[in-house]
Every structure is written in structure tokens, then in C-alpha cells.
Design a protein around this ligand. Structure first.
Ligand SMILES: *[C@@H]1O[C@H](CO)[C@@H](O)[C@H](O)[C@H]1NC(C)=O
Ligand SMILES: *[C@@H]1O[C@H](CO)[C@@H](O)[C@H](O)[C@H]1NC(C)=O
Ligand SMILES: *[C@@H]1O[C@H](CO)[C@@H](O)[C@H](O)[C@H]1NC(C)=O
Ligand SMILES: *[C@@H]1O[C@H](CO)[C@@H](O)[C@H](O)[C@H]1NC(C)=O
Ligand SMILES: *[C@@H]1O[C@H](CO)[C@@H](O)[C@H](O)[C@H]1NC(C)=O
Ligand SMILES: *[C@@H]1O[C@H](CO)[C@@H](O)[C@H](O)[C@H]1NC(C)=O
Ligand SMILES: *[C@@H]1O[C@H](CO)[C@@H](O)[C@H](O)[C@H]1NC(C)=O
Ligand SMILES: *[C@@H]1O[C@H](CO)[C@@H](O)[C@H](O)[C@H]1NC(C)=O
Ligand SMILES: *[C@@H]1O[C@H](CO)[C@@H](O)[C@H](O)[C@H]1NC(C)=O
Ligand SMILES: CC(=O)N[C@H]1CO[C@H](CO)[C@@H](O)[C@@H]1O
Length: 473
């Protein structure tokens, strides 16, 4: 894996590959060979329809925007999958200083002599005792589905870990700085309820500094599936665009699901163009029984058990869905945003399948020896990463940035982060054996995803900060 030494001359970025850091890529084939885990993680875990929580509502108008300051250039290197595409100079006018809403200004806290990028995704969970950023009292935007303590979760040890990259410190989430970075912009979480889970974490992380208004009702789209929040002080909009398969379906999630793998879901294609940041993800829904259509023809299925229909496995649907989705985004005419692929979030059902009483009762992370990154979780992750890689090349030609929020392996080691049976409804139904080992408690390890996001946004603003400074040094 290459990292990038940045030489910034006259405001134009030039890059040369420098240090070769430990090449995990070499290890991956070995990981694949390693025998199955001692734990019976259900290899084909699926998850029932995520329940659709109702959230909040309010009112205020919204203006969407399309910031025009990311004009990345194509990279010479095709190899690197670093999280910031190396060969770009994102022009962000007037961004050498942050202008706070109260009129004061502040330089970004970047060390301008720091040249080497840190791979924030390679690291370990380490003990951390300063406590979470928020709790269910300080964040009243938390939804019951993720408010594990409200429903009796007794242990808090799972909050006493923090992600530590090997090469650097992951900066703490700074809500004020985050909001300054996204001022006047809009961000969309496109995908399923785990994407929404990340948005909810973000709302809580920001809640101390600014409270959003729920503006969902201003739009004709379904306010539960298409949730919209607006931070008036920062003119920042954050939304979820519900599309668990990303591609067109004929919308009967309960029974037969037809996926039109070559057609993006129109519910988001009409929306995404206006956003400055789009965080794309999809996962567990693809483990369900599905039928695959391409060019209008049935081409196969996943788990359909039909003699005359070929079972192409979930990988087929997953790959094609990401190909279609990422390409569509890269080809949206007016789109100028930064696209993040948030990689597959693993479930942790143990002892039985998701619908047979499987549960996730662990109270601390796995270490690297206990939990290898392999099997269907690696393969599913890798499927999307391959598609991401190939589309990113195309996107770069158009000057678009595609970045990765590489969360799969780090979350694989967090079996302790799920609601399990501490969710609303679980105690009431009393018949159900469905524990939630798919979503993540708030607060919890999912907050780390937004620390990554924060870090990456900072790097972005730094891009224009450095060149302008370096003219003078
Ligand atoms: C919005 O909030 C009001 C007052 O809290 C409530 O009466 C109304 O039902 C809510 N609407 C939706 C769609 O949740
Ligand atoms: C909010 O942001 C949008 C997009 O950047 C911009 O068009 C609009 O003028 C802003 N509104 C205010 C009040 O600053
Ligand atoms: C990327 O940067 C290199 C070095 O400055 C430059 O030669 C190349 O043209 C850039 N790529 C594109 C697509 O402009
Ligand atoms: C303005 O806001 C920033 C960020 O919240 C804060 O650090 C600063 O102290 C504030 N200044 C004044 C004068 O309130
Ligand atoms: C900036 O980073 C360099 C290299 O990592 C380090 O030597 C230097 O002390 C840092 N400066 C500050 C002000 O943190
Ligand atoms: C993603 O991060 C994991 C470590 O958490 C690493 O093993 C993997 O190689 C990374 N993937 C990419 C494409 O960088
Ligand atoms: C917050 O969690 C506590 C348990 O830690 C619970 O008693 C309380 O009801 C929860 N409050 C809210 C508002 O969810
Ligand atoms: C979805 O399409 C299939 C095949 O065209 C059809 O059999 C099924 O009834 C459709 N379902 C819905 C809910 O429209
Ligand atoms: C759920 O089942 C337990 C025992 O299995 C029983 O004690 C409890 O009263 C039941 N709760 C409800 C709400 O039916
Ligand atoms: C900002 C920047 O570097 N833009 C350059 C991108 O690449 C094209 C051609 O490759 C140049 O013309 C731009 O100046």
C-alpha cells in the first residue's frame, strides 16, 4: 500500500509515492486460508426487516446547495486505495481560516509540516476511560432502536475502547469544528438503516453544539425513510435516503424481492446530485432471498431454491448493485460532491442464526487473534471494494472524489457494540427470538465512523490550506 508524500507547488498538488507501509494486501490471501473461527458466527446470517422507527419532526425551510470546490485531478497511481485520492487540489475559497458563526476566526489545527498520511483504518481498539461523547440524556435525538441503556443494557465496558491507528492518533470528534467544516453544505447517508444509524450517531455527536430542526415534512418524500435535518446556525443539512438495495426493486421487501441490478433506485438518483457529501452503504438486505434482473431479464437469484433459476449467490447481486450505484453517482451530470463508500458492517449473531435465537452477548472487543478478517465478511467487503476501485478511476477523470470509510474490519472486532436484546419491542413481544446484532448502540463503537469522517473532512479543507501557505515558506 502506497502512501503519499505531498509536494505542493504554486497551489498545484504534485504527488510522489513514498513510504511503503506494511503491506496488508499480502496478508489477505493467508487470512482467507485460515480455518473457520472458533465461534459459530452464522456464515449466512441474514437479518429481518430492520424496524422502521419514527423519529422527530419540526419545520423550517431548506436550501440545497452544490458546493463547487472539489476539483480533484486524476492520479498517476492506480494502485493506492488510500482514503484520500492523492492527486487533487480541492479548491476551497477562503478556507485558510475558519470563520466561526460568532464572528471569530481560527486557523485549522493542522500541522503543515506533516507530510505523510496516516492510514487511520489500520490499528487497534485500545482501552479508553474518558467515557463517551454523549449519553441518552445529553442527546435527546437518540431513537429507541439504538438507546440500549434505556432498555436495560447493564454493562458499560463496551464504551471504554477507542480506535487507535498504528501510525497516528485519531483526533477526537470536535463538533464545533465539524460544523464549521460543513457550513453551508449538505450531506446524505444513502442506503439502509445502518447508514441511518451512523447519521443518528452524528446527530448525537453534534448535539452539544447545535440542535438540528427536523425538516422532513417539508418534502413530499416519505419522512420516515427520507429523514432531513437542518442546522440553521450552520446552514448544514443532513439527510438519510432510504434505499437498502441501492438499485431498483419492485418494492415488496416482505416477500419476493426483485432486484433490477442495472437500474439505480430512482428514489435517490433524483436527490443525490445536490449534495456535497454522499455516504453510500448497503449490507444485510442482500442476504435475503432475491431475484436478479438485468436488461429486464431474470438472470438468477440468491437463495431461491428454484430448479430453473440459477443461484448466483448474494455476491453477484451485491457487486452489481454497487457497480450500478457508484457508476450512476459518478455520472450524475450536476454532481460535484465527495462520495464515501462506507464498507460493509458485519453482524455478530452467535450460537444460532439471526432468526433462530442467535445473539450477541459479548461485552468486549475481539483482539486480532480472536477474530480474523476472512470468510463471507471479507468476501462481501472485498466485492464492494473491487467495484469501488474500478469506479473511482472513472470518477477521477470527471474530477470527482470517491473515498472509503473502511469500517468493516474494525467493526468485525466489536461484537459488543450491538443492541442485542436491549431494544424497544424486544421485551414486549416476548415471543421473538430476533436479537439485533446488526445495528449499533448509541453511544458506541459506531461513533468512530464519524471520527473517521471528521478526520477526512479536515484533510480536505487542509488541501487548500497548505498550498496557499506554502507559497510563503
Ligand atoms: C410532529 O410533531 C407533532 C407535535 O410534536 C405531532 O403532533 C405530529 O404527529 C408529528 N408528526 C409526525 C409526522 O411525526
Ligand atoms: C445556505 O447554503 C446554500 C448553499 O451553500 C446557499 O445557497 C444559501 O445561500 C445559504 N443560506 C444562507 C442563509 O447562508
Ligand atoms: C496529477 O498530478 C500530476 C503531477 O502534478 C499531473 O502531472 C497530472 O496531470 C495530474 N493528473 C491529472 C489528471 O491532471
Ligand atoms: C466563538 O466560537 C468559537 C467556537 O465555538 C469559540 O472557540 C470562541 O471562543 C467564540 N468566541 C467568542 C467571542 O464567543
Ligand atoms: C508537526 O509535525 C512534525 C512531524 O510530524 C513534528 O516534528 C512537529 O513537532 C509538529 N509540529 C507541531 C507544532 O505539532
Ligand atoms: C481496510 O482496513 C483494514 C484494517 O482495518 C485493512 O485490513 C484493509 O486492508 C483496509 N482496506 C483497504 C482497501 O485499505
Ligand atoms: C437513559 O438511560 C437510563 C439508563 O442508563 C435510563 O434509565 C433512562 O430512561 C434513559 N433515558 C432516556 C431519556 O432514554
Ligand atoms: C414484483 O415483480 C414480480 C415479477 O414481475 C411480481 O411477480 C411481483 O408480484 C411483483 N411484486 C410487487 C409487490 O409488485
Ligand atoms: C415474558 O416472558 C417472561 C417469562 O418467559 C414472563 O415472566 C414475562 O411476564 C413475559 N412478559 C410479557 C410482557 O408477557
Ligand atoms: C486544479 C488542477 O490541478 N487542475 C488541473 C487538472 O488537470 C487538468 C488537465 O489534466 C489541468 O488542466 C487542470 O489545471
Amino acid at each position: 500500500m502506497k502512501f503519499w508524500l505531498i509536494q505542493l507547488l504554486n497551489g498545484n498538488a504534485k504527488y510522489a509515492s513514498s513510504t511503503t507501509i506494511k503491506s496488508l494486501v499480502i496478508l489477505l490471501p493467508f487470512l482467507l486460508l485460515i480455518i473457520t473461527l472458533p465461534y459459530s458466527l452464522t456464515r449466512n446470517s441474514r437479518f429481518s426487516s430492520p424496524t422502521f422507527e419514527s423519529e422527530f419532526n419540526s419545520s423550517k425551510p431548506l436550501e440545497f446547495n452544490s458546493a463547487k470546490f472539489f476539483f480533484p485531478n486524476e492520479s498517476k497511481s492506480k494502485k493506492s486505495l488510500d482514503f484520500i485520492s492523492p492527486n487533487k487540489s480541492s479548491e476551497r475559497p477562503n478556507s485558510q481560516k475558519l470563520f466561526f458563526s460568532n464572528g471569530t476566526k481560527k486557523s485549522l489545527d493542522f500541522n503543515v509540516t506533516e507530510k505523510k498520511r496516516c492510514n487511520i483504518f489500520s490499528g487497534d481498539w485500545v482501552p479508553y476511560h474518558k467515557g463517551p461523547y454523549y449519553d441518552n440524556e445529553s442527546c435527546n435525538l437518540m431513537i429507541d432502536q439504538q438507546n440500549c441503556f434505556k432498555f436495560g443494557r447493564p454493562d458499560r465496558g463496551f464504551l471504554q475502547w477507542r480506535w487507535k491507528p498504528d501510525e497516528c492518533e485519531l483526533p477526537l470528534f470536535d463538533a464545533t469544528l465539524f460544523l464549521e467544516l460543513v457550513k453551508g453544505k449538505s450531506m446524505a447517508f444513502l442506503g439502509d438503516s445502518v447508514g441511518r444509524n451512523q447519521m443518528n450517531s452524528l446527530l448525537c455527536l453534534l448535539n452539544r453544539v447545535s440542535r438540528p430542526e427536523d425538516i422532513s415534512m417539508r418534502y413530499s418524500t416519505d419522512p420516515i425513510y427520507f429523514r432531513r435535518w437542518f442546522y440553521p446556525n450552520y446552514n448544514f443539512t443532513v439527510v438519510t435516503l432510504w434505499s437498502p438495495f441501492l438499485v431498483k426493486t419492485n418494492d415488496s421487501y416482505n416477500g419476493l424481492i426483485n432486484l433490477y441490478l442495472d437500474k439505480p433506485d430512482e428514489s435517490w438518483t433524483s436527490e443525490v446530485e445536490n449534495f456535497d457529501y454522499v455516504i453510500v452503504s448497503a449490507g444485510q438486505w442482500f442476504f435475503r432471498q432475491t431475484f436478479f434482473y438485468e436488461k429486464g431479464q431474470l438472470v438468477g437469484c440468491h437463495k431461491c431454491d428454484k430448479k430453473n433459476i440459477k443461484d448466483l449467490t448474494h455476491y453477484y447481486g451485491y457487486r452489481k448493485a454497487f457497480r450500478t450505484t457508484l457508476r450512476s453517482i459518478a455520472n450524475l451530470k450536476g454532481y460535484k460532491g465527495v462520495t464515501f463508500l462506507r464498507t460493509f458492517s458485519p453482524a455478530h449473531f452467535e450460537n444460532a442464526a439471526w432468526n433462530k435465537g442467535g445473539s450477541c452477548v459479548r461485552t468486549k472487543p475481539y483482539n486480532k487473534e480472536e477474530m480474523k478478517f476472512d470468510g463471507y465478511i471479507f468476501d462481501t467487503y472485498n466485492t464492494q471494494v473491487e467495484e469501488f476501485r474500478s469506479v473511482r478511476k472513472v470518477a477521477r477523470k470527471r474530477g470527482l472524489q470517491f473515498l472509503m470509510l473502511n469500517t468493516t474490519e474494525i467493526m468485525l472486532r466489536r461484537p459488543d457494540g450491538h443492541p442485542n436484546n436491549y431494544v424497544w419491542g424486544h421485551t414486549m413481544k416476548n415471543t421473538t427470538t430476533h436479537n439485533d446484532c446488526v445495528h449499533w448502540c448509541l453511544p458506541g463503537p459506531i461513533d468512530t465512523w464519524n471520527e473517521f469522517l471528521f478526520y477526512m473532512l479536515k484533510i480536505h479543507s487542509k488541501k487548500s490550506f497548505i498550498p496557499s501557505l506554502q507559497r510563503f515558506v
